[in-house]
Ligand binder design. Structure first.
Ligand code: ZN
Length: 253
């Protein structure tokens, strides 16, 4: 039977019977991976204190014969990210990112860029050096781009005029088109979402630059709020519903 090992981030954990846990990870080697941890509930020694939400782990799993789930053999902590679980706002943001990944990614299909993105955002959230809302803007825009659903901020999504050539300090955004609109096209649209041109430029920057450079960006509060409202509306439009974790996040922020 084949055994494999991989770095992993714990996304979701549910009970299975009296003894076992079913756990969904985002792994570096195998993308989203759902495994069974036998006796994890019963025996404290087996995985003591290791299988916590959002923690960064190293897993050893045994692939099952046939179509069953892989079985978790060993899990060791690389970084517990425990400050996230100790703070309700941080937990709410991390839960939202985890829900997007669990919903969108296919089982056992490698997604190294999404793994590195989540790892970066969770580490920064745990550390507390970057505002959680800013991290959520960074996570969503880059996640949507990697997932192939990237909103287009570079041009009017109807007449294709370049963003730099659009007049006015605020731009409309149309969910169905997945992009911004110039003033002329916006006048024929029912869209009520809009965003400052400055924030549009910041979002373009985040889409096109290295993660390490985006932490230098500074946002003012109203722009950041616009960005969050727009990206969350865009996510809901594509999901066809409001994620449970987003409803919770909105109830506390
Ligand atoms: Zn236009």
């Amino acid at each position: 039977m084949s055994v494999f090992s991989t770095p992993a981030i714990l996304l979701r954990r549910t009970s299975y019977g009296d003894y076992d846990l079913i756990i969904t990870f985002l792994t570096l080697e195998k993308g989203k991976l759902t495994v069974i941890a036998k006796n994890a509930k019963k025996s404290r020694k087996r995985f003591s204190g290791v299988l916590e939400l959002f923690s960064l782990l190293h897993l050893v799993c045994r692939a099952s014969r046939g179509r069953g789930m892989p079985v978790l053999q060993e899990a060791t902590i690389e970084d517990p990210f425990s400050d996230i679980r100790g703070n309700i706002m941080k937990t709410a943001y991390a839960s939202y990112w985890a829900e997007l990944i669990t919903f969108w990614l296919e089982e056992e299909k490698t997604q190294a860029r999404i793994y590195h993105l989540l790892r970066y955002c969770l580490a920064a959230l745990d550390e507390g050096v970057i505002d959680a809302g800013v991290l959520s803007v960074i996570f969503q825009i880059r996640f949507l781009t990697i997932a192939g659903l990237s909103p287009d901020f570079s041009q009017c999504s109807k007449c294709r005029v370049d963003t730099d050539l659009i007049a006015g300090s605020r731009l409309a955004f149309e969910l169905a088109k997945g992009g911004i609109l110039c003033q002329r096209c916006a006048s024929k649209s029912a869209s009520r979402l809009n965003i400052s041109k400055g924030m549009v430029k910041q979002l373009l920057w985040i889409q096109n630059n290295d993660l390490k450079t985006v932490r230098r960006l500074k946002f003012n509060r109203p722009d950041l709020k616009d960005g969050l409202v727009l990206l969350e509306a865009f996510v809901m439009y594509h999901l066809g519903r409001e994620p449970k974790s987003l409803k919770f996040l909105n109830s506390i922020r």
